[in-house]
Design a protein around this ligand. Sequence first.
Ligand SMILES: [Zn+2]
Length: 228
Amino acid sequence: MAIAKDRDQKGGFVRPSSIAASIHEQIYQRIMSLEIPPGARIPIDGLARELNVSQTPVREALTRLEREGLVRKAHLIGYSASPQLTHKEFDDLYRFRLMLEPESARQACLKLTPDTLARIESAAADMEKGEQPVDRNSRYSRFARADAHFHDEILKVADNKFVRQALNDQHIHLHIFRLMFHSRVTQEALEEHERLLAAFRAGDADGAFQAMHDHIERSRDRLAAAFE
Ligand SMILES: [Zn+2]
């Protein structure tokens, strides 16, 4: 990545925080694309050599990825990529979402203002725009983040900090997008988001509940194929 290269060529010109961010991004991409497969060990020294940086930014990146649930640290073994969700965890995660997200969409609909609706619409639009990603890998990880952002904007408007935190703590989208790396989801998900937005625009709280419910169920059905 550009930032890491700048640092290699010019020494101290780039702030350490941007090096850390760049290293985080590169490791994140590798995990999301399964280039680093679930369960694989991630040796700090090897990675630092490969990315041509010291071990410090690699350690920082791994600490952050551990918080995000994408890597695990074991005593004496070090870091490894988190295992893929089991089928049961996947089912439980979707049941959990179905308990919280449709009701949050209903609450959000009741609390919407023109401003917050515009923010949700803009988060939805972010999923479709942007330059054509160079490969499948960056396409999916970008989609994962944009989708997480869209869902979180709705939770913000619903304004229940415990529900929002409970959902965010699961890092749902990161896990799910590793699962669905090989499937096509994007277009269908966008259409489902559109249905949700239509309910928001119409102030139809029950419609928003139903649209979110259907979106999550369909998302589950699309991804369940990963276990077959
Ligand atoms: Zn979605």
